[in-house]
Design a protein around this ligand. Structure first.
Ligand SMILES: NC(=O)c1ccc[n+]([C@@H]2O[C@H](COP(=O)([O-])OP(=O)(O)OC[C@H]3O[C@@H](n4cnc5c(N)ncnc54)[C@H](O)[C@@H]3O)[C@@H](O)[C@H]2O)c1
Length: 483
């Protein structure tokens, strides 16, 4: 497979190149080798993307929803047919094992296109009666929307943003993360092949400055960002200056609670999925694992054995279930957190070993003896580091779970369903799981509260976030006036 794209950007239905932009090297995380070079969008490229999106959007919005939806569903079908090829590219872009990318990336993108394609004919308002008069609302598309992606799920993020935006009659300009610029170009190619009119999904490459140029342009009606909290604050502030709508999918430090009555094997599986999938580079990860004191020893013993059985190696080998981290910088951050945690008194139960080979490799790490005040329990690591904390009292663990500025996700394992619902109702997190973790079917809203974000992706709610209500009052009687 050639990993070098035909050109850096995809605008108005075709690949576009402008080598006067700053080069961005794409590195395969498993080897550290450069596998492609793209060029950052120049102001001229950004202008081209905005002009073509604005032109295409008006016509697209005027189409009926069924016809818009059909295009998206066709794109979903093409993605499924090419899942292997797209998954291999996702693995080159991110380093995630093919075993994962085959089932969680392009397929999740296809799910979103299929789901919102099906709903496109059902963008409806409300009607209200006021005596003989009445009023109704129309859900109108916002116009040109911008999507800005993080590097951990390049295909999924592009599709999760594009699908509801396009289904509801908007255009989208997508700026992938500079770390993983390849996959969104394929999504753009496939949408055109499926019949999407040119200009409705443009991809421009670049670092933060390109994202900022798009966010600050007056022609842009909305920005949907997936990224870190500090970037979210900047993008939200820039959007607010022009009263733009935003969706913010940001970071987390989510709690994962194992009660004494939990099925321990399930809880261990949940904790593994909550910490080590995608080498720990998942926003919703439950990295503060609170385990009841009565079962902690048994939990740690089972966990250690399971984590040490991970197959770490060539991500393209489908037997591999744990790959490299995506960047050297993220590996360095992870190492630093592990060192700090130990200096602050945490014990390494297993892992945390940097492998002496090219690429960005570290083994999955479990820390025990972590306390609430430790740096590793307060800051997002975004790497394969699980922190195990102890609790004995339900009310106390709820308070501790909520003691964070973040609020993306939370999970708990218990056999007592009364307790499960009682506890989950008190957790301040946008997305919670009971006896499961990190599953995100597209029919379910996903997103965070507090510093972890604004708005929700997926489900019908996402359609509301890409439309606004226009209210129409209809007078049916003679008009009365004071004079
Ligand atoms: N909640 C979610 O759904 C979700 C999903 C994945 C990742 N994340 C979060 O993303 C972070 C990791 O991703 P990252 O390192 O790529 O995040 P990041 O914040 O560094 O970058 C995210 C994107 O924003 C762009 N950007 C940076 N500065 C900008 C600016 N001033 N204006 C506009 N765009 C700008 C970047 O180029 C990139 O495309 C983690 O915090 C993780 O938790 C959240």
């Amino acid at each position: 497979m050639t990993t070098q794209p035909k050109a850096s950007h995809f605008i108005d239905g075709q690949y576009v190149e402008d080598t006067s932009g700053t080069p961005i090297e794409v590195i395969y995380p498993a080897t550290g080798q450069v596998i492609a070079t793209v060029y950052e969008a120049t102001p001229a490229i950004v202008e081209q993307a905005l002009t073509s999106a604005a032109r295409a959007q008006a016509e697209w919005a005027a189409r009926d929803g069924t016809s818009r939806g059909r295009v998206l569903r066709r794109a979903a079908q093409i993605i499924m047919e090419r899942n292997r090829e797209l998954s291999v590219l996702e693995t080159y872009d991110t380093g995630k094992p093919l075993q994962e990318t085959l089932v969680a990336d392009a397929t999740s993108g296809a799910d979103a296109l299929e789901y919102f394609g099906g709903l496109a004919a059902d963008v409806t308002g409300q009607a209200m009666q006021f005596g003989g008069d009445w009023a109704y609302t129309i859900r109108r598309p916002l116009g040109v929307c911008v999507g800005i992606g993080a590097w951990n799920y390049p295909t999924q993020i592009a599709c999760w943003k594009a699908a509801p935006a396009l289904a509801t009659g908007n255009a989208m300009i997508f700026k992938p993360s500079e770390t993983t610029p390849l996959c969104a170009l394929k999504v753009a190619e496939i949408l055109i092949e499926a019949g999407l009119p040119a200009g409705l999904f443009n991809v421009v490459q670049g670092r933060g400055a390109v994202g900022a140029a798009l966010t600050g342009d007056a022609r842009v009606a909305k920005v949907s960002l997936t990224g870190s909290v500090p970037t979210g604050r900047k993008v939200y502030a820039a959007a607010a200056a022009q009263m733009k709508q935003v969706t913010m999918e940001l970071g987390g430090k989510s709690p994962f609670i194992v009660f004494a009555d939990a099925d321990l094997d399930d809880a261990v599986s949940g904790a593994i999925n909550a910490n080590f999938y995608s080498s720990g580079q998942v926003c919703s990860n439950g990295t503060r694992v609170f385990v009841h004191a009565d079962v902690q020893e048994a939990f740690l013993a089972k966990l250690k054995a399971r984590v040490e059985s991970a197959t770490i190696g060539d991500p393209m080998d489908e037997a591999t279930n744990f790959g490299p981290m995506t960047t050297q910088a993220q590996l360095d951050i992870t190492r630093h957190h592990l060192e700090t945690a130990q200096a602050e008194g945490a014990r390494v139960i297993t892992g945390g070993e940097v492998l002496d080979k090219p690429g960005f490799w570290i083994t999955p790490a479990v820390l025990a003896g972590v306390t609430d005040d430790m740096t590793v329990a307060r800051q997002e690591v975004f790497g394969p580091v699980m922190s195990v904390l102890t609790f004995t009292d339900e009310a106390d663990v709820i308070t501790r779970a909520n003691d964070t500025e973040f609020g993306l996700s939370a999970g708990l394992f218990t056999q007592d369903l009364t307790r499960a619902h009682r506890v989950v109702a008190q957790l301040r997190a946008g997305t919670c799981w009971i006896n499961q973790y990190n599953l995100t079917p597209v029919g379910m809203p996903f997103g965070g509260s507090r510093q972890s974000g604004i708005g929700r992706e997926n489900a019908r709610m996402a359609m509301d976030h890409f439309t606004e209500a226009q209210t129409v009052y209809v007078g049916m009687s003679p008009v009365e006036a004071a004079f």
